[in-house]
Design a protein around this ligand. Structure first.
Ligand code: FE2
Ligand code: FE2
Length: 310
């Protein structure tokens, strides 16, 4: 399950027999893996460490909320559910303390110790407490699975009063967006849509050009053509060193790109062919910054699925 850098590979021995809750656990493991990938360079990557800690804390709250609903719906005995909720609360308390300690003194943050703690609770909690308390109840439980599959992560985040990067009501108004796209038609489309939503847009045709642009002033958001030369390294740098969220725009099928995007901290994926509404929605969701990429994509696919079978 693990390689030498500490990276955790999700495998079925971590499954709780629920595709939705398995995805949640994979998303959390993804956050942890990005911290492992940063490793010894963490002091040079404080924006990325900050983002992952914030995202783990926030996404855990979303996950626990959904998981507790699933457990209740699946008929978990009350005493077991109560005990499980208590464990969740303790984990949140500990993670909030980690977040506070990072915010107070980022360079003195106990990075390795925090990573050990996160790894321990994440794997132990999933493998022991999650699997043991509800794994069997969720096996083949289509009713509960469909129920929790309908929950939108962005709605849970709002319900839990979670704050995104720019508060609750993030809009594109005034946001400085850099479009990096070699295909002229796409560049024009992105620019037009984002400007219509009040963003200040600049654009470049290449990553090389974009590199010089961001030296002068960091944008709030980058929309990046994913197949361009140097795109991956550019995205990684924006994520690790600058804390700028990046949307990868791609013609590839999602399952071909999602792993690589996840590992370099891509904030969202825009799948072509994209309508003007898709561009605006993806940009808005990214600026809101409430929900991790793979959860946003799951919401989007569920919406498509629901629309197709309505
Ligand atoms: Fe869980
Ligand atoms: Fe749990």
């Amino acid at each position: 399950m693990n390689d030498e850098n500490g990276i955790i590979r999700w495998s079925t021995d971590l499954s709780v027999n629920s595709p939705t809750l398995d995805l949640h656990h994979q998303i959390l493991i993804g956050c942890l893996n990005r911290l492992y990938a940063i490793g010894g360079a963490w002091k040079q990557c404080l924006p990325a460490v900050r983002r992952e800690l914030w995202q783990i804390l926030g996404y855990c709250r979303i996950h626990f909320h959904v998981e507790e609903q699933a457990m209740a719906k699946a008929g978990t005995p009350a005493a077991i559910l109560e005990n499980h909720k208590k464990i969740h609360r303790n984990i949140i308390t500990k993670m909030r303390a980690s977040w506070d300690s990072f915010e107070q003194a980022p360079t003195r943050f106990p990075f390795d110790e925090t990573l050990r703690f996160l790894r321990l609770w994440l794997l132990k909690h999933v493998r022991e407490e999650d699997q043991e308390s509800y794994g069997a109840l969720m096996r083949g439980n289509r009713l509960v699975e469909d129920d929790i599959g309908r929950i939108r992560y962005a709605d849970v985040a709002k319900k839990l009063n979670m704050k995104g990067r720019q508060g609750m009501d993030a809009t594109l108004r005034g946001a400085r967006v850099l479009v990096v796209e070699e295909v002229m038609d796409l560049r024009v489309l992105f620019q037009r849509v984002l400007q219509e939503h009040g963003a200040q847009v600049s654009s470049t045709k290449s990553v090389l050009e974009a590199n010089t642009t961001i030296v002068a002033a960091l944008p709030d958001l980058v929309l990046l053509g994913w197949s361009m030369d140097g795109a991956t390294a550019f995205a990684r740098e924006l994520y690790q060193n600058h804390g700028v969220p990046v949307i990868a725009a791609t013609f590839e099928p999602l399952d071909k790109v999602v792993e690589a995007c996840d590992l370099v901290g891509i904030a969202h994926v825009l799948l072509h062919p994209a309508s003007a509404a898709d561009v605006a929605r993806v940009a808005q969701e990214t600026v809101a910054g409430l929900v991790p990429m793979r959860a946003l994509l799951a919401d989007q696919q569920d919406a498509r699925y629901r629309a197709a079978y309505a």
